[in-house]
Write a protein that binds this ligand. Sequence first.
Ligand code: UDP
Ligand code: UDP
Length: 296
Amino acid sequence: MEGGHNEVIVADNFFTGTKDNIRRWIGHPNFELIRHDVTNPLLVEVDQIYHLACPASPIFYKYNPVKTTKTNVLGTLNMLGLAKRVRARFLLTSTSEVYGDPLEHPQTEEYWGNVNPIGVRSCYDEGKRIAETLAFDYHRQHGVEIRVARIFNTYGPRMNIDDGRVVSNFIAQALRGEEMTVQVPGTQTRSFCYVSDMVDGLIRLMEGNDTGPINLGNPGEFTMLELAARVKELVVPSASWRMVDNTPDDPRKRKPDISKAKAILGWEPKVTLREGLPLMAADFQERLGLTDKKQQ
Ligand code: UDP
Ligand code: UDP
């Protein structure tokens, strides 16, 4: 909307999203919101499609794994069918999960991944892998213009407070005066990208000439114990954590090689975790109806 496009249509089934996040645009003459599930066909006239649909939090995508696979397969097929019919450019938000529990570190786009095809995460990671396959086959077979981003862990304001992923969990727990739940062993790593950097990368990819896949993420890598310590330092100094069980097939490390994004898109993240965590915490604080714990 801020880019000045004169027609923006959002289709969402609100399984994990909320109307509240787009409230400021509702009623704007250039903006249209459709309650729609992409596993069903969608008939609209558009020039560009950002295909973002699919729950990305393990808790949500494991809740109804068959539906998650349908979203990745049928949903992507429908959006590619739409792109083919109206000759729109199609951008897929794929994921670092296509690398599975990676045997190469950091991960480049050339790495083919180490994924369990029958595990509890496979509805998501194999789902996104077949979504990439569909995108490249529509490109090769039907000439559809595609753009594929592989998104690494992203966080920021307006994230669902009960999303279940680690950054939102730790911040919400710390603010509520609960112990942060560090899943064992706590030495597993992730690299966290602030939402505004991610949006900038996605728009550059859509507007550029490269199909991808292109890694989008922040190469700053942290263990979960380091993340808990950062939340304590920057958000709630009195916060503490406890170790809890982990879930199967949790990747032990993850860090993007973003050389390609730098060279092709002229993109790299600007917001560090140290800067981003307090921005997210301020939004959570407001939505939780809490006052600033640091000033108490
Ligand atoms: N599709 C859609 N919107 C459109 C065009 C197609 O949702 O504007 C769906 C359509 O229902 C189909 C899928 O996209 O199930 C794939 O379309 P495609 O034309 O590639 O396949 P076909 O219809 O030939 O099976
Ligand atoms: N994790 C954690 N505590 C939580 C939630 C997650 O320690 O309350 C860990 C989890 O074991 C994983 C990492 O945080 O190693 C990232 O998990 P998340 O669900 O945020 O995303 P993923 O990268 O696994 O999709």
